[in-house]
Design a protein around this ligand. Structure first.
Ligand SMILES: [Zn+2]
Length: 152
């Protein structure tokens, strides 16, 4: 399967992340097990990928963005600046692979760890980059991490 027009971006770094996420899910796709690949960019240029982990019990599944976030945090303390995710089509689908925005849980999680992160979102002519916070206005902000939870 090759990269299609929906998997392009008007931003060079966004394109880099799409390519990394697509490369991962294209290599690791398994029906009902791994359907989405994600990539996170750190401020120093590091790209960290993660694979969606489906589960027999749906709520036990872990999103690719969450796995990529953990992989990134194992590798570096550098601020995380961008995320992108690509969904592999099921064999029964005729539509090609496509960009997917993070789910609500991932929006919360990513913003907790990277409040200034941007995200590649699908658009009519490929992806474009926007602040992740725009996808989750009025985000919950608790007090348990005080002000020192984000290191830069
Ligand atoms: Zn998610």
């Amino acid at each position: 399967m090759t990269l299609n027009a929906a998997l392009t971006c008007d931003d060079g770094q966004g394109s880099q992340l799409i390519s990394a996420a697509w490369k991962l899910i294209a290599a690791r796709y398994i029906v009902e097990r791994h359907q989405i690949g994600a990539a996170v960019l750190d401020r120093d240029g590091g790209v960290h990928v993660g694979l969606h982990l489906d589960a027999m019990v749906g709520r036990a599944a872990v999103c690719a963005e969450a796995v990529a976030l953990g992989v990134a945090r194992m590798a570096t303390n550098a601020p995380l600046v961008m995320v992108a995710a690509v969904r592999h089509p099921k064999p029964s689908e005729t539509a090609p692979a496509r960009l997917v925005p993070p789910c609500g849980l991932c929006r919360e999680l990513l913003l907790d760890h990277a409040p200034d992160m941007t995200v590649v979102v699908p658009g009519p002519r490929g992806g474009s980059v926007m602040p992740l916070a725009h996808l989750l206005p009025h985000k919950y902000v608790g007090s348990k991490w005080a002000s020192s939870h984000v290191r830069s």
